[in-house]
Design a protein around this ligand. Structure first.
Ligand SMILES: [Zn+2]
Length: 318
């Protein structure tokens, strides 16, 4: 089916209390792994193209990969730009056919972030494409910050309200304690802060850096992480209004692990596909785990359609 936008999908996720997984599209095997699993679980899905993927594959190649996968898919698929760097890149992606944009102005002064985000929402909304913005700073694991430093970078609820009013963004990535690129899922989230932002904005909210976040309270107990009253897990965050969750690092690690195991089992193998396929299958299991955790399984809708797409949005994607 044709690509759908993230607008109605995230609104529906927000209304029904589930989250949609945004999985990174780095190569054909990863894209296929995500789509096949989404079909098996009857889940809508977001395939996102990161700055790393654009540098690696080129924008045209990455775009066509996701578009082709969506055309063949029986579940709704969104093509999303992850961490768009500036206005021009967003325009290029809009022209290339992305059905969801992101501008990450979190490293800019607030007024500058608002100004550029606003410019992007104006042109994207003219053709029915929604825009994700980012507020607060979601650090990288390489920054080596303490928990207190991570907390100091969190999104401010009052600023969030002003940001949404002035930019008209459709969803917002909020820094609530997660860290990009973590190899282990041990990081708690600040649910109290999430509630405050939710109350002030009413928007579908997005969580980045999910690979490093504690998935469930059972996981926290097993890993010996004691949660403070204001803290929670990924599962808690979805109950409190996170509607889109980005998963990248864990997919990449699964792909490498699958290939490494296959290579070790058949060191003399000369057919590359026999090494890459176990990598793809390892990605599928991570995607399946998250789709079930997010509760988006079974939400693809009748005949794969997302309920509630507006007529203009459907027309736009014909
Ligand atoms: Zn991110």
């Amino acid at each position: 089916m044709p690509l759908v936008t993230s607008k109605e999908l995230l609104k529906r996720a927000q209304a029904e209390g589930f989250a949609v997984g945004a999985f990174n599209a780095n190569n054909m095997e990863c894209v296929q792994a995500v789509i096949e699993t989404a079909e098996e679980e009857q889940s809508p899905v977001i395939l996102q193209v990161s700055q790393g993927a654009i540098a690696y594959a080129g924008l045209e190649f990455a775009t066509m990969l996701v578009k082709t996968a969506a055309e063949l898919a029986t579940v709704p698929v969104v093509l999303h730009l992850d961490h768009g760097t500036d206005f021009l890149q967003n325009v290029r992606c809009l022209r290339a056919g992305f059905t969801s944009l992101m501008f990450d102005g979190s490293s800019l002064p607030l007024d500058e972030n608002i100004k550029i985000t606003r410019k992007i929402t104006e042109i994207a909304h003219a053709v029915g494409v929604p825009v994700e913005a980012e507020l607060g700073k979601i650090p990288k694991v390489e920054d080596n910050l303490t928990q207190e430093q991570v907390d100091n970078l969190m999104a401010d609820p009052e600023q969030a309200q002003r940001f949404v009013e002035e930019t008209d963004c459709d969803s917002m990535a909020v820094a609530i304690g997660s860290v990009h690129g973590m190899k282990e899922s041990i990081q708690p989230l600040n649910i109290e802060r999430l509630d405050e932002i939710k109350q002030r904005t009413g928007l579908p909210l997005v969580l980045h850096g999910a690979s490093g976040v504690l998935c469930t309270r059972a996981d926290a107990a097993e890993k010996g992480v004691k949660l403070e009253p204001h803290q929670g897990t990924l599962e808690d965050a979805i109950k409190h209004g996170i509607s889109k969750v980005n998963v990248a690092t864990e997919l990449s690690m699964a792909y490498l692990r699958g290939m490494k195991e296959a290579f070790e089992a058949r060191p003399g193998e000369k057919d590359m596909r026999k090494i890459m396929l176990p990598g793809k299958n390892a990605v599928k299991e991570v995607v399946r785990y998250y789709i079930k955790l997010f509760g988006s399984n079974g939400k693809a809708g009748r005949n794969g359609a997302v309920s509630g797409l507006t007529a203009s949005e459907i027309k736009y994607h014909e």
